[in-house]
Design a binder for this molecule. Sequence first.
Ligand code: ADP
Ligand code: ADP
Length: 230
Amino acid sequence: VPFVAFDQVSLAYDDSGNAIEDISLTIEEGEFVAFVGPSGCGKSTFMKLCTGLHGPTAGQVRVDGTPVGGPLKISGMAFQNANLLPWRTTLDNVLLPLEIVKPYRSQFRKRRAEFVGWARDLLRTVGLEGYEDQFPWQLSGGMQQRASICRALIHRPRLLMLDEPFAALDAFTREELWCVLRDLWEAQRFTVVLVTHDLREAAFLADTVYVMSRRPGRIIERRTIDLPRP
Ligand code: ADP
Ligand code: ADP
C-alpha cells in the first residue's frame, strides 16, 4: 500500500473553479518528493490536502491506507517563515510538539528530561548546539529555520511537509540547509513532501519531482531524479 495516495483529487475553494484538478499520484513511505510550479498553481493546496487541513471537493486522499478526514497527527511541518514563538527559547520551541501531540502530551511532565535530551540531540545534528537557551530574535534567519526543522521532526513524524522552507534564506545558507535536511532524511527515512519554486533545490533534494501547471493546478510532469549528489 502506498503511504500517500491521491485518487482523482480536485479541490475548489469557491465557485471560481478548481485550484487543484484531477490529481492522481502515490508516494511511498520514505520517499522524498518535491512539487514545483508557478505561484498560484496549487502547491500549498496540495499540502493542505495531504495533511487533512482541507478535504477534497472530488476524489479521495488516503494516507497510510486510510481516507484523510481531519488534520493528520502523523505529520510535521515547516514553512517559509520559521514561526518560532518569540517568548520561548530555541529548546522550548523545539519541545512544543511534544507538549501537544499524542502520545507525548500526557507524558510531557514525567518525561521532560528525556524529551529535552531528544531536543538537544536534534539541535546538535543541525548545528545549533550552544543556542538552546537563546530566543528567536537572537538567531539568524538560517538558525531559526534550523530550529523550525527540529520542531517539525521532534515527535518523529512519519510525514514531513515543507512549504518553501528555504525561500527566505541567502544562497549559501540555503544550500547548507539542503545538506542538513538530506542528512536527517538519510538517517531517519521519514517521507518528505517539499513544495518549492526552486528547481535546483527540488533536483538536489528529491527522488521524484512533480511539475505543476498554472490554475487549474494539474501535474504536467513527473521525473525521477538520479543525479550524483556531493
Ligand atoms: P501555490 O501554493 O502554488 O502558490 P495555492 O495552493 O496557494 O498555490 O493556490 C492555488 C489557487 O487557489 C490560487 O489561484 C489561489 O488564489 C487559490 N486559493 C488558495 N487559497 C484559497 C482560499 N483559501 N480561498 C480561495 N482561493 C484560494
Ligand atoms: P519504539 O516504538 O520501539 O519504542 P521509538 O521510535 O518510539 O521506538 O523509540 C526508539 C528510540 O528512539 C527510543 O530510545 C526512544 O527513546 C527514542 N526516541 C523516540 N522518539 C524520539 C524523538 N522524537 N527524538 C529522539 N529520540 C526519540
